[in-house]
Design a binder for this molecule. Structure first.
Ligand code: FAD
Length: 461
């Protein structure tokens, strides 16, 4: 696909659509929009624009399509697979000025938002309504980026992923047309489900300019436990049994000994440095949760646990979650001369024990520092690997480990990406994962974006 190289006259045209102070070709701005949090090579866009309304987005996209210029949406740039890197240069639309809550409909458990809103800021503003938006990818992600990547996180095992919270979207299509998809109803049987076609489409089918999100009530009570195990296998056995028991954890995170060592070093948590399960339950009153934790303890005892620490106060629980969310940065601090790559695969629960054991083993055998952590209840494994920046051999080994884990996950009927999306990093596995249906995905892309201007170079091999 050939794109038109941009000239000063294109920039002048765009500066007539939005005010010129919201159009930049400055080096530092282009650098900031050249890479996400992955190890993929940066590519500078030719211009960055900060739109402030759906009409501005529509006018810019129409211009880009007419001129055949690539155009990529930008949230916080926290993706881990190169999803927003403008590989064909052109225009980056940074949504950070479109970050407002438009309406909170408390009685309907809904909120209307602009795409550039950071989800933690949304939850902060919802605090007094007794409601919240549960998906929590950890980084300071925007709602638009979360919708585009179908992000999820530590609470997905109970609450679901972003997809489950999107009721309605306003989208600007590649030809500049603005459409509304979905409804305010909690359910619908009306026609093709275009809404969920856009969730997880990584900005390749259209740009989200407004979203109606479903909210849920804040739980009355929380109870959490930290459980230690002699081996990853014993911990995974407990995970499967907890899920089978129907006890419905709100969070079920498994971390290997290397992660716990980092938590102790940085946060002084004083935890035993062995495979550790963190589990949390939400419920209406404490006595109910106490009974649940007793059952969980029994399951963990049967799986051979070393210790079961419950009765965590809110502060202790928050400290653990904070550490969990800061793990990526802790790995970077622990290996200052290294870059990191986070592998993300998901498998059916029965294959979980094998995939997480293989992950730790692969890193150990390759001599690459590796940190295995996972949204265990969803069978979603991450392996964070640290490779020396100027050592091609480290990166070759990391690529081999990544390939091995993806191929293993697919052989179990799993997926190459549980939550980070395809971006650039997982394109090579699309044919293996989707077979003949990949052809139909390409047809969908061609239908919505015949000139291929929207986030080109992503998803498709
Ligand atoms: C430390 C760390 C921890 C993380 N943990 C998790 C985790 O637990 N779970 C998880 O799911 N992810 C996780 N991530 C990955 C990342 O935070 C998520 O993928 C997040 O959804 C990206 O949001 P963003 O706002 O940064 O989007 P960006 O990275 O800016 O963009 C993501 C994609 O969305 C597109 N896009 C942006 N805005 C729009 C729009 N308005 N319309 C259409 N397309 C748009 C972009 O073009 C791109 O394809 C983590 C990342 C980091 C750095």
């Amino acid at each position: 696909m050939n794109f038109t190289p941009m000239t000063p006259s294109h920039i002048e045209d765009l500066a007539r659509i939005v005010s010129s102070d919201r159009v930049s070709t400055g080096s530092s701005v282009l650098d900031l929009h050249a890479k996400d949090q992955s190890q993929h090579n940066p590519v500078r866009p030719e211009v960055v624009i900060w739109p402030e309304s759906r009409d501005e987005v529509a006018a810019i996209v129409t211009y880009a399509e007419n001129q055949r210029i690539a155009i990529v949406g930008w949230g916080s740039g926290s993706s881990l697979e190169g999803n927003p890197i403008p590989v064909q240069r052109g225009i980056v639309l940074d949504f950070s000025h479109m970050n407002k809550i438009l309406a909170i409909k408390t009685e309907d458990f809904q909120v209307d938002v602009e795409p550039g809103l950071i989800y933690q800021d949304l939850n902060e503003q919802l605090r007094y309504s007794g409601l919240f938006f549960p998906p929590d990818p950890g980084a300071r992600a925007t709602v638009g980026g979360m919708i585009a990547n179908n992000a999820s996180g530590t609470r997905t095992v109970h609450y679901g992923s972003t997809r489950d919270y999107v009721l309605k979207l306003t989208v600007v299509l590649a030809n500049g047309e603005i459409i509304e998809i979905g409804s305010r109803s909690a359910k619908s049987s009306s026609g093709y489900d275009l809404l969920h076609l856009f969730v997880g489409s990584e900005g390749t089918l259209g740009l989200v300019v407004e979203a109606t999100l479903r909210l849920v009530g804040l739980p009355e009570e929380y109870a959490a436990a930290i459980v230690t195990f002699p081996t990853i296998q014993a911990a995974s056995e407990a995970v499967v049994e907890i899920m089978r028991s129907g006890l419905n954890p709100a969070s079920l995170e498994l971390l290997d000994a290397a992660c716990i060592r980092l938590f102790n070093q940085e946060k002084n948590l004083g935890l035993k440095e062995v495979p550790t399960l963190f589990t949390e339950f939400h419920g209406p009153y404490m006595t109910y949760l106490v009974e649940i934790l007793e059952m969980v303890e029994e399951i963990c005892r049967d799986a051979g646990h070393l210790g079961f620490k419950r009765g965590l106060g809110r502060e202790e629980r928050n400290r653990f979650f904070e550490a969990r969310h800061e793990l990526g940065e802790m790995v970077i601090r622990a290996h200052p001369d290294c870059g990191t790559q986070v592998i993300d695969v998901a498998v059916p629960l029965t294959a979980y024990s094998d995939i997480i054991s293989s992950a730790s083993l692969a890193a150990e055998e390759a001599g690459i520092p590796g940190y295995a952590f996972s949204h265990a209840g969803d069978g979603n494994l991450h392996l964070n690997l640290a490779g020396r920046k100027n050592n091609p051999n480290d990166w070759k080994l990391i690529e081999e480990i990544s390939q091995e884990l993806v191929i293993k996950a697919l052989s179990y009927g799993g997926t190459a990406t549980g939550e980070h999306g395809v971006g650039m990093g997982k394109k090579g596995y699309m044919a293996a994962e989707h077979g003949k249906s990949l052809h139909w995905m390409k047809q969908v892309k061609a239908l919505f974006d015949p000139k291929g201007i929207l986030n080109p170079g992503k998803i498709f091999p």
